[in-house]
Design a protein around this ligand. Structure first.
Ligand code: AMP
Length: 192
């Protein structure tokens, strides 16, 4: 099953992606994780991406689209996956559609984790993982957080309508507790 998680930074995409992985056995494909690893390893990709990530901007579509297409072609993605943090622009969404249409592979659901801006700011100030361990990311500082939220509003939010029009968008109330959000996602996954 191919799934997409949409939502502002700090909406809980990573946390819910991990639940989906555990329940369905599909891999989580987090473009943020892929890019952070590339920066850490000092690869060409990492060098290209680092500046954009530090400022809270988006890594260009020309970099992201081929990167994700390559990842989707890996054997572990053959039975499905949950995309976490991709697509983030209309161009990425259209490229993904074209890529999947060529292979006749449909997207099952696009989950939109809806949260308020205030809640997101609070969560990002102190990012907390499910086991309660706080993790501060290099881009979780007030200046960058503001940019990332603006970038989300401008570039990614329009994808809600894009997927709604296609009948794939399922809005989930991301303000609820982690386990309640997961229950709501499960209800959609289990509905025939
Ligand atoms: P995330 O962990 O998903 O919040 O991503 C961290 C950073 O990686 C973002 O702020 C962007 O700079 C970059 N990034 C992740 N996914 C994408 C994407 N789909 N398109 C462009 N940039 C991305």
């Amino acid at each position: 099953m191919r799934l997409i998680l949409l939502g502002a930074p700090g909406a809980g995409k990573g946390t819910q992606a991990k639940r989906i992985v555990a329940a369905l056995g599909v891999p989580q494909i987090s473009t943020g994780d892929i890019l952070r690893q590339a920066v850490k390893d000092g690869t060409e990709l990492g060098k290209k991406a680092e500046g954009y990530m530090k400022s809270g901007g988006l890594v260009p579509d020309e970099v992201m689209i081929p990167l994700v297409e390559e990842r989707l072609a890996a054997p572990d993605a053959a039975g499905g996956y949950v995309l976490d943090g991709y697509p983030r622009t209309l161009a990425q969404a259209e490229a993904l559609d074209a890529h999947l249409a060529a292979k006749r592979l449909p997207i099952a659901h696009v989950f939109g984790l809806a949260v308020t801006a205030d809640a997101v700011l609070e969560r990002l100030k102190q990012r907390v993982t499910e086991d309660g361990k706080a993790i501060q990311r290099a881009d979780d500082n007030p200046e960058t957080i503001r940019t990332r939220l603006e970038v989300y509003d401008r570039n990614t939010k329009p994808l809600i309508d894009y997927y709604r029009t296609k009948g794939l968008y399922r809005e989930i109330d991301g303000r609820k507790e982690i386990s309640e959000v997961w229950q709501d996602i499960q209800a959609v996954l289990e509905a025939k």
